[in-house]
Design a binder for this molecule. Structure first.
Ligand SMILES: NC(=O)c1ccc[n+]([C@@H]2O[C@H](COP(=O)([O-])OP(=O)(O)OC[C@H]3O[C@@H](n4cnc5c(N)ncnc54)[C@H](O)[C@@H]3O)[C@@H](O)[C@H]2O)c1
Length: 293
């Protein structure tokens, strides 16, 4: 059967980006969050981004209008998933919360709907634990910013069905994304490596090996990374990175993943990255880095 409606749960950084990508790729799209206010806020942010793309000539006005018309908002979980062919969960990285939400989705979504999770670190089998049919659950791991980043890591749990995999490849292809197939393991491929590089960068900064700007410059110009590790963690969110490291450290028991004390300190001070105006770097209202006073 044709996969037409995608329902996205969670309208934060990732959920809003996934919704925008689904809408512009021609999918009927439902975006759900726990309040009307949150989904409305995400809708405005998506509209603003589409307007900017029109201004820059990257999207034509009728296509942007058609994309906007494909979006439906909901703050009622059962309603949001009732007619979904594919559900993508992008709620906070907390195992109990994800299990609870998937149990509700399983009860309310059509039986053919594939259940995808955008988790960056959790095991698919752990999230699927309380489902009656675990073969429906698959990892569909997007990257931030979703409309720009080309990759989706498709993460297979031990029970994930070939049909859930095939449907995920179909979604990825229609969204214009490339995929890699990964067996579930802590941090999959990308988060496991990225968390390690990020953590080591904070350690070097703490040891006074080099400044943040020079560590970023070294990785960009010496190792050909498109972004420095501090530029990246400011984009991803220091709190998100800290959560990932904690989960990886617990799962892999490797001290290399023990979160750097400097990262812990910055998060405790509310320096969460671009979203809070200050992370490793300080940002002005337009998102430009400004030197510390
Ligand atoms: N930020 C990233 O770069 C990134 C990249 C890949 C994957 N992820 C993963 O994506 C998921 C979401 O991350 P994010 O950065 O978008 O988080 P976020 O905090 O920006 O957004 C989470 C959203 O979920 C909503 N929410 C909370 N409880 C909910 C519930 N019970 N039902 C529905 N929505 C609920 C929140 O209101 C919020 O809008 C996490 O699992 C994260 O690990 C994040």
């Amino acid at each position: 059967m044709t996969l037409e409606r995608i329902t996205i749960l969670g309208s934060g950084t990732m959920g809003a980006g996934i919704a925008q990508t689904a809408m512009t790729s021609g999918f009927a799209t439902t975006l759900y969050d726990i309040s009307d206010e949150l989904v409305q806020k995400a809708k405005s942010a998506i509209s603003d981004r589409l307007e900017k793309l029109v201004e820059k000539g990257k999207v034509d006005a009728p296509s942007a209008a058609a994309a906007k018309a494909r979006l439906r908002l909901s703050s009622n979980l059962a309603d949001a998933v009732r007619d979904a062919d594919y559900v993508i969960e992008a709620i906070p990285e907390k195992i109990d919360l994800k299990r609870e939400v998937f149990a509700k989705i399983e009860a309310a979504a059509p039986s053919h709907a594939v259940l995808g999770t955008n988790t960056s670190t959790l095991m698919i089998s752990a999230i699927a634990r309380d489902l009656t049919d675990r073969s429906r659950l698959i990892g569909i791991h997007f990257f931030n910013p979703v409309p720009v980043m080309k990759l989706i890591e498709v993460v297979m749990g031990p029970d994930t069905s070939p049909s859930a995999y095939a449907a995920t490849l179909d979604v990825a292809k229609r969204m214009g994304k490339e995929t890699v197939k990964v067996k579930e393991s802590p941090g999959f491929t990308t988060s496991r490596i990225n968390a390690l590089i990020g953590n080591e960068s904070f350690r070097m900064l703490e040891e006074g090996v080099a400044s943040a700007a020079d560590i970023d410059k070294a990785l960009k110009l010496g190792l050909n990374h498109p972004m420095g590790p501090f530029e990246m963690v400011d984009l991803v969110g220091l709190d998100a990175r800290l959560n990932n490291l904690r989960a990886l450290y617990e799962a892999l028991k490797d001290p290399a993943y023990k979160p750097s004390p400097l990262l812990e300190k910055l998060v405790a001070e509310g320096r969460l990255g671009r979203k809070s105006g200050r992370g490793v770097y300080r940002y002005d209202a337009k998102g430009n880095i400004v030197p510390d006073a």
